[in-house]
Design a protein around this ligand. Structure first.
Ligand SMILES: *[C@@H]1O[C@H](CO)[C@@H](O)[C@H](O)[C@H]1NC(C)=O
Ligand SMILES: *[C@@H]1O[C@H](CO)[C@@H](O)[C@H](O)[C@H]1NC(C)=O
Ligand SMILES: *[C@@H]1O[C@H](CO)[C@@H](O)[C@H](O)[C@H]1NC(C)=O
Length: 721
């Protein structure tokens, strides 16, 4: 083989790898084109084109004209007519006509699917009481949905997020504010709101509607820019979130081996992602997959006014941090992905490297943990040329970041609860200089084989990263597995070049900046009390058995805990998602409601009727959650109206007041998405503790979370007995 292709190589083909990888490369390009075609013509399949062509030719053969004269018209205008026979020309025009017909069929199907997906009535129906409309709708969706969708197949058919009317939003806002305000405050707010609704609100709404007409989502670009990228405070704790390993098991105690499987599983996910083989998430209807595009090869770059997100099409290595040093680890060799065993070996080589960090190197990543402006300035001054630029480039263009920790973590030892808290805290902020907080995500592997991750928030919301992580965890343990000694499986190519150390030349002045960022970050990290509470006594199954939504249950439990702890209620933020719409991200559910307050007051007052009040409160919460998911929320609309008012230079006392409200309770839930990957019957201990994020606001409550546990138990015995 080599000799046959030798000539080929001599014509100085740009490709310089070996032969098998050249073929793989060709196949890869082909598969990319193929995927684009499949996604491009969805819900039809490429082969249906042939079907249409044959059908048209067949009808022509029977001497009838299915095109009502169009084929003849096309024939007249064919530019190549001279060189072709009449028959040939007829066939060419018929094929052209069929193709046009086929495209218009696809277009119509997409339009129909989009219309169908705009219907959300099904969500508001009770279990077991499905209306006829919904039944017919579901059947139609099935017809227009096509078969075997790729990840991005539905993107063109997703409806746009609708802009609610100002009147509706104001009404919903006032309803949510009622339990948190005294009568006089509420009256004042009502006046402000009505004033807004009848004057400025309409003008702002007009501009917003204009934006909604051309933008694929009227919120998301502003949300990304103003809520995330323009934030000038530290990302660490404030914005980045973390994800945990299995709670009760650590598949191997060997750090390098765990890293080997974890990294390999990440690469498998990325390969599936690039081939669009990840199945789109379907929640009766498909959810938007746009956020998946920037999982890998992505970093956030600090800027003086605003940060930016950069994504690379190509990234074949990871950047690894170990004991204050940075390494570049290539994940491919001779055109193929490294095996888990090979990655383990490479990681071991990094760990065996005795060289000490150069001055300033060890705490370098603290720059990404502190305030954004100092980091942007330091980056410009010290990292825009020479070795520093090259090394920083290497980190920023990596597929993702890997931190090998010297600590042992997990729920273990004499103080499992305390250790679990420390483990979560370590994933959230580490030592403030051992995670690269700008990178789309950092995989952390601890000395005892435990792992976890820290993810940047601007490029996507937690369910996206949770989807990756569920796959990585289960692939690591159930698919890849370990040898009896706890090492990775697979062979090692003897010729693997060792990982290379990144070189730095960090002047004293820059070291000072690093120290300053570290001080800011350290103060922030020290101020976080973190508690993780695995509840073993009951779970969402038990709550569902009592016919209550687990989410509503937890939210009301939190309200109860807050009330018992502080004697009052607070505005509460719960994140929900709007991915039923194109490029949708999140919406706020204001889960402190008049109904929940009424229940809690009754419960604390020892009233008898409160079981009914509880149901009312839970139903109200579910309703608000569904409203938020279907575009009927409050906060994103007001946020956008506020931005329009800023662009127009208008002052609105109403908007100003609403936007400056503080959320003392900020909450979120991420349910397991790929239940089929886990085996809770044979391996019930392979369960995860999910992830979490830092406090949005500083309030010094005394052990509110432990308190929550008591309240949740109380509530459970009250509701489900
Ligand atoms: C739904 O259709 C069934 C028959 O298919 C009919 O018996 C029933 O009355 C319909 N329900 C409503 C609410 O229209
Ligand atoms: C990231 O880089 C890899 C490796 O070069 C490439 O195959 C892949 O297409 C990139 N991923 C995305 C989503 O661009
Ligand atoms: C939030 O908590 C602070 C005390 O830490 C309190 O003064 C404030 O009123 C609370 N805000 C709301 C909206 O409840």
């Amino acid at each position: 083989m080599q000799s046959i292709f030798a000539g080929f190589r001599n014509v100085s083909f740009v490709y310089s790898g070996d032969l098998s990888s050249f073929f793989l490369w060709c196949l890869f390009i082909l598969s990319l084109v193929q995927n684009n075609v499949i996604t491009g013509v969805y819900p039809a399949s490429p082969s249906s084109w042939l079907f249409v062509v044959i059908a048209i030719l067949a009808t022509m053969y029977t001497r009838s004209d299915p095109s009502m004269g169009l084929i003849a018209k096309i024939q007249e205008h064919l530019p190549v007519s001279d060189s072709l026979s009449i028959q040939c020309r007829t066939v060419v025009s018929a094929v052209l006509f069929s193709t046009l017909l086929w495209f218009s069929l696809i277009f119509t199907m997409r339009l129909c699917l989009k219309q169908l997906l705009s219907y959300h009535g099904w969500m508001f129906e009770q279990h077991g009481k499905v209306s006829n409309t919904t039944k017919i709708w579901a059947a139609m969706v099935r017809i227009f949905s096509g078969r075997q969708p790729l990840l991005y197949s539905y993107q063109g058919s997703l409806p746009n997020l609708p802009v609610p009317t100002v009147k509706d939003t104001v009404k919903r806002y006032l309803e949510s504010a009622r339990p948190l305000m005294s009568d006089s405050e509420y009256e004042r707010m009502t006046t402000l709101a009505k004033e807004f609704e009848s004057s400025l609100g309409n003008r702002l709404q007009w501009y917003l509607k204009l934006k909604a007409m051309w933008a694929s989502n009227y919120v998301s670009d502003w949300w990304e820019e103003y809520v995330y990228l323009r934030g000038r405070g530290p990302l660490m704790v404030n914005s980045n979130y973390y994800g945990m390993d299995f709670l009760y098991v650590t598949p191997t105690p060997i750090q390098a081996a765990r890293a080997g499987n974890t990294l390999h599983a990440c690469l498998l996910y990325r390969r599936k992602l690039n081939r669009e083989e990840i199945k789109p998430v379907i929640l009766n209807v498909p959810l938007c997959a746009a956020q998946c595009e920037r999982i890998f090869n992505t970093t956030r770059i600090p800027g003086e006014e605003t940060d930016s997100l950069i994504h690379w099409q190509d990234s074949e290595y990871v950047a690894v941090f170990h004991r204050g040093r940075y390494f570049r680890l290539w994940l491919y060799h001779a055109g193929r992905m490294l095996s888990p065993r090979e990655i383990e070996q490479q990681i071991q080589r990094i760990m065996d490297d005795p060289s000490p960090p150069v001055p300033g190197e060890a705490k370098l990543a603290a720059l990404t943990a502190g305030d954004r402006i100092p980091w942007a300035q330091a980056r410009k001054e010290f990292f825009s040329s020479g070795v520093n630029k090259r090394s920083l480039d290497c980190i920023e263009k990596a597929a993702f970041f890997v931190a090998l920790d010297d600590d042992e973590q997990g729920m273990r030892g004499d103080d499992p609860a305390g250790n679990l808290d420390r483990y979560a805290k370590s994933l959230l902020h580490g030592k403030c200089y051992d995670r690269w907080f700008d990178k789309s995500f950092t995989v952390v592997v601890y000395k005892n084989g435990k792992n976890g991750l820290n993810a940047e928030h601007s490029w996507a919301d937690a369910p996206i990263m949770a989807h990756v992580w569920e796959y990585v965890m289960t692939t690591d343990s159930f698919q890849l597995g370990y040898t009896e000694e706890g090492h990775c499986k697979g062979d090692v190519a003897s010729s693997l070049p060792p990982p290379t150390r990144l070189t730095w030349d960090i002047p004293a002045e820059c070291q000072e900046r690093i120290e300053r960022s570290l001080a800011v970050a350290q103060a922030l990290a020290d101020d976080v009390d973190f508690h993780v509470l695995p509840i073993q006594e009951f779970g969402k199954g038990a709550i569902k058995k009592c016919k209550i939504s687990p989410d509503a249950f937890i939210q009301i439990g939190l309200q109860l805990a807050y009330y018992r702890n502080r004697g009052t209620f607070s505005l509460t933020y719960e994140a929900s998602m709007t991915r039923l719409f194109r490029e949708g991200r999140t919406e706020t559910v204001r889960s402190c409601t008049s109904e929940s307050c009424a229940f809690i007051r009754a419960l604390e007052g020892g009233e008898e009727v409160c079981r009914r009040l509880f149901r009312t409160a839970a139903e109200k919460h579910q309703h608000l959650y569904k409203m938020a998911m279907t575009g009927g929320g409050i906060d994103r609309h007001l946020f956008c109206l506020y931005l329009v008012s800023k662009y127009l230079g208008e002052e609105s006392p109403f908007l100003k007041e609403v936007l400056s409200e503080t959320w003392n309770l900020s909450t979120s839930q991420t349910p397991l998405q790929q239940v089929e990957l886990f085996d809770f019957v044979n391996h019930p201990e392979y369960t995860t503790c999910g992830g979490g994020f830092g406090p949005v606001r500083n309030i010094h409550a005394n052990s509110q979370i432990h308190f929550f546990l008591l309240c949740a138990f109380h509530l459970f015995s009250f509701v489900c007995s």
